[in-house]
Design a protein around this ligand. Structure first.
Ligand SMILES: Cc1cc2nc3c(=O)[nH]c(=O)nc-3n(C[C@H](O)[C@H](O)[C@H](O)COP(=O)(O)OP(=O)(O)OC[C@H]3O[C@@H](n4cnc5c(N)ncnc54)[C@H](O)[C@@H]3O)c2cc1C
Length: 446
C-alpha cells in the first residue's frame, strides 16, 4: 500500500513513523519548504503524546531536547497565586510532559523518519490538489521544475493551518478564525524562577503571559525559557509563523508585571527574537475523510494554544490513523473509523479551548477580584478550582486514570511482530526497525 502525506511538520512526520511501526513501508512525504530549518519556538508535548512517542521508541530522544515541567501554576495580573497542579509523572501519569523547541522536535522526527524509512521526504513540493478514483488517489505538487504527480492508495493532508487539501475539500471554509488576541512568542535566557521546572501563566483572557523552561538551569542559575505574551490589540488575523517584530512595544505592554518571582518585562526584553502571531483556530469540520483522502493535525483541527494541545493532538491523530489502516479491512473503512475516532474528540477540545480551557480559573479570578486578593479561596473555592482542571483533562482525553488505562494504539500484529523480533535478536538494536520494536515492547510491558 502506498501512502502519500502532504506536509512534513510534526503531524506528517509522526504519521510516517506511526505507519512504519504499524508495518507499512511505501510512504512518501511531500513538503512545501525547500529546506526543513527547524522553525518555531516552544511547544508542549502532553503525557498522551509522550505515550505515543514512547511506543514509537523515540521518547528518550525527544525528552533530551527539553525539560519535563513538574508543575503548572496560574497567577493573576498582580502575580498572586491562583492554582497549581503537578504535571507529567508527578501528576500520576506513566509518561512525562515535555517542553521542547518545536524546530528541534521537527528535526529529530525527520532524523528518525530517515533512519527508519530512508529518504522519503521530498522537499520543495507544494501540494495543489487531488483527484480520486475507485482504485487510487493522485496528488499534484508544484515544484521549481514544474508540476509533479504522486499516486497512492491513501492521501493524508498534514499541511498545517493553511491546508490546501482542506481548502479543496471545503472551498467555502475561508481563512482561520481570529480571536482578536495577538500572541508574541520568543525564547530568552533569564534567571531560573520558582523550582526551575514550573510552567506559569499570569493574567487572564484579555492579557496574559506564559513562560516555561526549555532547558534546565545552568551553573550560573540561568535558563532558557519559552514565553508567550498575549493581548487584545487590533491588527490583523493574518497567520504567519515567522513574522519577527520589535520587542520594545511589547515590553511596555507588560511594564508593570514585575513580580518577586519573575520579571516579565525583562524576560520579554531579553528575547533573541519576538515572533508575532494572531490567536487563530479553525471551525470544526463535519467530515475529515473522503474515500481515500483524509486530513490530520492542524489541517483538520487547528486550535488555540491554551491547553498546549496543538502538537499533541496531531500525534494522537497520526497514531490512530496508522492503527486504523493496519486493522480495518479496507482503506475507506480505516479512514472512516479514524474520522469517527478523532473528529468528535478534537471538536470538543476545540470548543473547550475557545472557552479558555483550564485557564478559566484566571478569568474567574479577574471577574471576581480585578484588583487582586489576599488568598485565592476568598474568590474561588478549592473544589471549583479542582473541577475546572479535571473537566479539561477528561475532555482532552488525558485524565491520568483514562490515559494510563487506555489500550495501546500499536496494532496487535505489529506489536507481536516487533516484540518477537526484539526477543529473537537482542543485538539488532542498531537497526531502524528495532528502535520501534524496543519502544513498543517497553511501552506494552509498562
Ligand atoms: C514554521 C512553523 C512554526 C511553528 N511554531 C510553533 C511554535 O513555536 N509553537 C507551537 O506550539 N506551534 C508551532 N507551530 C504549529 C505546530 O507545529 C502545530 O500546531 C502542531 O504541531 C500540529 O502540527 P501539524 O503537522 O499539523 O502542522 P505544522 O507543524 O504546521 O506542519 C505543517 C507542514 O506542512 C507544510 N505545508 C504547508 N502547506 C503545504 C502544502 N501546500 N504542500 C506541502 N506541504 C505544506 C508546512 O511547511 C509544514 O511543514 C509552528 C508551525 C510552523 C509551520
Amino acid at each position: 500500500m502506498t501512502i502519500v502525506i502532504a506536509g512534513a511538520g510534526i503531524g506528517g512526520l509522526v504519521t510516517a513513523l506511526s505507519l512504519e511501526a504499524a508495518g507499512f513501508r511505501e510512504i512518501e512525504i511531500y513538503e512545501r519548504s525547500s529546506q526543513i530549518r527547524g522553525l518555531g519556538v516552544g511547544l508542549n508535548l502532553l503525557p498522551h503524546a509522550m505515550r505515543e512517542l514512547t511506543e514509537l521508541g523515540i521518547d528518550a530522544r525527544v525528552a533530551a531536547l527539553g525539560v519535563a515541567p513538574s508543575t503548572l501554576s496560574y497567577y493573576n495580573r498582580q502575580g498572586q497565586h491562583i492554582w497549581s497542579e503537578p504535571r507529567g509523572l508527578a501528576a500520576g501519569y506513566q509518561w512525562p510532559q515535555c517542553s521542547v523547541h518545536r524546530g528541534k522536535l521537527q528535526l529529530t522526527l525527520l532524523e528518525a523518519v530517515e533512519e527508519r524509512l530512508g529518504n522519503v521526504v521530498r522537499l520543495g513540493h507544494k501540494f495543489l490538489d487531488r483527484t480520486e478514483t475507485e482504485t487510487g488517489v493522485t496528488a499534484r505538487f508544484e515544484t521549481q521544475d514544474g508540476i509533479v504527480e504522486a499516486t497512492g492508495d491513501v492521501l493524508i493532508g498534514a499541511d498545517g493551518i493553511h491546508s490546501a487539501l482542506r481548502r479543496q475539500l471545503f472551498p467555502n471554509d475561508g481563512e482561520p478564525v481570529w480571536s482578536g488576541l495577538t500572541l508574541w512568542r520568543g525564547t530568552a535566557v533569564i534567571p531560573a524562577f520558582l523550582d526551575g521546572a514550573t510552567m506559569i501563566m499570569a493574567g487572564d483572557d484579555e492579557q496574559k503571559f506564559v513562560a516555561y523552561p526549555l532547558e534546565p538551569a545552568g551553573e550560573d542559575g540561568r535558563m532558557r525559557v519559552n514565553f508567550i505574551a498575549e493581548k487584545r490589540v487590533g491588527g490583523s488575523g493574518d497567520a504567519d509563523w515567522n513574522r519577527a517584530i520589535d520587542p520594545a512595544p511589547i515590553v511596555e505592554l507588560f511594564r508593570d508585571w514585575q513580580y518577586d518571582w519573575l520579571d516579565v518585562p525583562s524576560t520579554i526584553a531579553a528575547a533573541d527574537e519576538i515572533l508575532e502571531y494572531p490567536m487563530v483556530d479553525r471551525n470544526a469540520l463535519p467530515q475529515w475523510s473522503f474515500g481515500r483522502t483524509t486530513l490530520l493535525g492542524d489541517a483538520a483541527h487547528a486550535m488555540y494554544p491554551n491547553g498546549s494541545n496543538g502538537g499533541s493532538q496531531a500525534i494522537l491523530d497520526a497514531r490512530t490513523l496508522a492503527f486504523r489502516l493496519a486493522t480495518e479491512s479496507s482503506v475507506k473503512d480505516a479512514l472512516a473509523a479514524y474520522d469517527a475516532d478523532r473528529r468528535p474528540a478534537t471538536a470538543t477540545l476545540l470548543e473547550m479551548t475557545r472557552q479558555t480551557g483550564p485557564e478559566r480559573v484566571m478569568v474567574i479570578a479577574r471577574e471576581r477580584a480585578p484588583e487582586g486578593f489576599e488568598h485565592v479561596h476568598e474568590v474561588i473555592s478549592a473544589a471549583e478550582l479542582e473541577q475546572i482542571a479535571a473537566d479539561y483533562k477528561r475532555a482532552a482525553g488525558f485524565h491520568p486514570d483514562s490515559l494510563n488505562a487506555r489500550s495501546s494504539l500499536t496494532p496487535p500484529a505489529a506489536a507481536s511482530a516487533t516484540a518477537a523480533s526484539a526477543s529473537a535478536s537482542a543485538s539488532a538494536s542498531a537497526s531502524a526497525g528495532s528502535q520501534a520494536a524496543s519502544g513498543t515492547a517497553s511501552a506494552t510491558s509498562a
